[in-house]
Write a protein that binds this ligand. Structure first.
Ligand code: URA
Length: 491
């Protein structure tokens, strides 16, 4: 048995060096005992058996890129078996380079589950660290937070806090490691205890106000909320005490919201828009494997800057086996608040026309080319803005996933934005309307106008004519997909 001692519990670089050498020498996984720390704390110190590495032939090991990424995440897991598991995978990949694609393989499956748990923990830490203001010995302002991650993620998440709070002086204390940022340099230090962190301060009032403001009573889903904000974090969250009263008052507030006009965006949105133009897409750690996973991942989408101002992502909805997919432009004000596509004025016109054509909307998948509401502020009102080409392009990722999972035989583009998002080129709607079109995946495409175009038409005669054309397009859809017929519609 060889003992391999790593100085830190999540030092991927050190594990990699040791694992490479051991694998090159074909040391069997069951002959290695992986340990962390030790008296000397030295990676290659006394007690560790380095003879294998010294004798190992210089041999190249090949692993898919995905393995490195996955291992670097899984190594942060708190399961003591992680080192051995990843080492076994590394060896097995030498004999079977495609192993990594076998998601049902127990080792691959377990490593992926570990990486997922680590990513979740990282995400939770970025969301739930709460700083308390303190004064240091010179009276200068500093901030201290106490957090209890499940896994060894502190070093990995450090850069997030450095970037986000670069101008502050702060410390994040955790049981295993602590981070100290003095405004210029990051110091890693030993773990701490809860008693080392301050208990409360004036900032907590702001957290409570913030939480009260972002709490949307119309979207109350207690199970999802507990999944998002697991109760184990509550004891360190100043806003946690508000949750029960907000839940209790939610039905009344939701009724009031429905009765009121759409909410005007706060002034800070205007300032933010000026400060933050469109940002770089954030790559996902793993590709969603189902429509449900895609919808969940899209909730955190920051592939463009629209997420900063919109209330929420409005993902598509409808049956997974829908034969027809309708694609609009982007959620409007009402959709942004409700979290569902086509529920505002354009949605009501859409519903009426479908009903007149004899189509059952509940059998269709309805979505948008862009999943966040883009608007500008005019006074207190949020005025719809057309998404630009970059925003449409960034969001094609989600539309592509929806198409992949739903696989509709027929796709209907409502308006020019949807048409461009689906075809990827800039041909005009008028040149493609009424034509037989087929998309790259073989789905048939029907290009028609957006219902809001009909709402905007100024003169009655044109509106009547165009509405009739739109209705004719819907009837054509029903003729191509008769299973969409409403139960109460005449054949
Ligand atoms: N307009 C759209 O394109 N989509 C909606 O969901 C609502 C209005």
């Amino acid at each position: 048995m060889r003992t391999v001692r790593l100085a830190q519990p999540a030092d991927f670089g050190a594990w990699r060096v040791r694992a490479r050498a051991l694998a090159a020498a074909r040391v069997r996984p069951e002959d290695i005992l992986w340990q962390v720390g030790g008296d000397d704390g030295d990676l290659f110190g006394a007690g560790a058996d380095d003879s294998v590495e010294a004798d190992a032939p210089a041999r190249t090991l090949n692993v898919p890129r995905g393995f490195i990424d996955l291992a670097a995440q899984a190594i942060c897991h708190s399961d003591p078996e992680r080192f051995g598991l990843l080492y076994r995978l590394l060896l097995r990949l030498q004999d079977d380079p495609h192993l990594f694609r076998v998601a049902t393989d127990p080792d691959v499956h377990r490593a992926e589950a570990m990486a997922r748990a680590v990513r979740r923990d990282l995400h939770k830490m970025t969301a739930f660290v709460r700083f308390r203001e303190v004064r240091d010995e010179t009276g200068a302002e500093a901030f201290v937070a106490w957090f209890e991650p499940e896994h060894f993620i502190v070093e990995r998440v450090a850069s997030f806090f450095v970037k986000r709070f670069s101008s502050m002086r702060w410390s994040i204390l955790t049981p295993s490691r602590s981070l100290h940022w003095d405004g210029a340099t990051l110091h890693l230090a030993a773990g701490a205890t809860r008693a080392d962190a301050p208990d409360g301060d004036a900032i907590e009032v702001h957290w409570r106000t913030y939480y009260t403001n972002i709490f949307n009573p119309a979207r109350l889903k207690i199970k999802a909320m507990k999944a998002e904000m697991p109760m184990k974090y509550w004891r360190n969250l100043p806003e946690a005490g508000l949750i029960s009263p907000l839940i209790a008052g939610a039905p009344r507030r939701a009724r009031e919201m429905i009765m009121n006009d759409p909410t005007p965006a706060p002034e800070r949105h205007v300032r933010q828009t000026r400060r933050h133009p469109v940002q770089e897409p954030t790559p996902l750690d793993t590709l969603p494997r189902s429509l449900v996973e895609a919808a969940a991942a899209a909730r955190d989408c920051a592939r463009c800057g629209l997420c900063r101002h919109a209330t929420q992502t409005v993902f598509g909805e409808g049956p997974l086996d829908a034969p027809v997919m309708f694609v609009g432009e982007q959620p409007g004000d009402h959709e942004d608040l409700a979290g569902r596509p086509f529920v505002g004025p354009a949605g009501r016109l859409f519903d009426r026309t479908l009903a007149d054509a004899g189509i059952d909307r509940s059998r269709a998948y309805v979505t948008n080319a862009v999943k966040h509401f883009k608007f500008s502020l005019r006074g207190k009102r949020r005025i719809h803005q057309k998404p630009d080409a970059g925003e449409v392009q960034a969001c094609r990722f989600w539309l592509g996933l929806e198409r992949d999972f739903v696989k509709p035989r027929l796709i209907v583009s409502l308006g020019a934005t949807a048409l461009h998002a689906l075809t990827g080129h800039a041909a005009t709607l008028s040149s493609l309307r009424g034509r037989d079109l087929v998309l790259d995946d073989g789905a048939r495409l029907i290009a028609t106008v957006h219902p809001s175009y009909l709402l905007r038409l100024p003169d009655e005669a044109t509106r009547v004519r165009e509405s009739a054309r739109f209705l004719a397009d819907m009837k054509r859809i029903l003729a191509l997909a008769p299973v969409m017929r409403r139960a109460d519609a005449a054949a």
